[in-house]
Design a protein. Sequence first.
Length: 497
Amino acid sequence: MTEGTMLASPAAPALPPARVTAVLRILVLSTFVVLLNETIMVNAIPRLMREFEVTAAAAGWLSTSFMLTMAVVIPVTGWFLQRVTTRTAFGLAMALFLAGTSLAAAAPAFPVLLTARVIQAGGTAVMMPLLMTTLMTLVPPQDRGRVMGNITLVISVAPALGPAASGVLLQLGSWRLLFLAVLPIAGAMALLGRRQLVNIGEPQAGPIDWLSVPLAAVGFGALVYGLSGLGAEGSAQAPVPPAVTTLAGVVLVGLFAWRQLALQRSSTPLLDLRTLTHRHFSVALVLMCLSFMALMGAFILLPIYLQEVSELTSLQTGLLLIPGGLTMGLLGPQVGKLYDRLGAPRLVVPGAALTAVCLALFALLTSEQTSPWLVLVLHVALSAGMAFVFTPVFTSGLSVLPPHLYPHGSAILGSLQQVAAAAGTALVISVMSGHAATAAAGGADTAGALATGVRWGFGVGAVIGGLAVLIALLVRTPPAPQQPVEPGVKDAAAPRT
């Protein structure tokens, strides 16, 4: 993609503040709805295991496949957004999401449900770059922290509230309610968006490197599939050892990166990796990946632990997880304001440290006798720590890029965020399953064996959290942007999302 990429185009309209606010609100609310479905299935895993007679690892792919699909599709969205108008991109994204949600609600078998989740994710993948690049185009640098703090509601709180919302819906009836309840809301947002959204910039034709697409898809797929098999029961008897699959994924992802570097010299890459030459962006990218690995692993483990070990109902589990999601949401705007005043380093280091400590305490304290109130406190503290990481990471990382790299930066952040989340999910489930099987073989009962596996899973998360603390120490306040704000854009400052 070139500097003519749609959302970074100099032809972006000079919108009045009220219209900027309306555009961002529509995109934020729509993205919130579609991202909520990223984790809405985790609370339903025990019920789906029984209804479809599948293992925990297989049921976990309802979340893993969603994240993996996003990771594969998001790199293509930079090219896609270059060729179509804003309203067309929004309409197609919501149409895909609605189609996948409808299919999931009527799914008669597990493979159909899994296919529906992939279709849902295809639509969701378009919304994230569309939102992030629109924000970076319309909002001036001095207001991005506060606005990005509000958008934290989408990036972090929607996945955090997924398990809580699913717990309440599962108590009311069938797992199909998870999709039936979302359909009318998503439909209303699609209609509202098609009426009120404006086109930002003009679509421009651009080639796509079709070799890069399968390299990304197969590479990331093999990587996450291999990770999901490491440590799982029966992995030694798998047709292809998980370690081999993982290594193949690493090699293919490396080839994908090499292909992009080659295309930068002679053509247009699918992802412009020159974004990685900006140190602040690269550090933010690594920190974001580690944080999402730890966070999504915890989100997967908690419902399984609370329902299968602590024997809470799905409703009780959902209610217990709600305060953490609300904490992250309420802190997001406040953290954004602090970022505008203090910068990133003073926020991300304590936030990453609090996250690592909470994960370590989960690893040490979760057992059959652990009080749900202790889990509640630790979950709220974990969510607070993440709130102090995500807003500064996204804002500082993208702010250092020149405008023509905004679509590529948001695509890289979005893609690797999903790969990291999928890898974290697969890794902790694999570790949990492997150590639970070992404990059961040693004579532990079902609940005790699972509690052992969950502790090991949280232990892996704590190690990842510790690495995130080390990376957070490298975060510095980025230099002030050198590019001028386009005429008319400054007038749109301080939009209220």
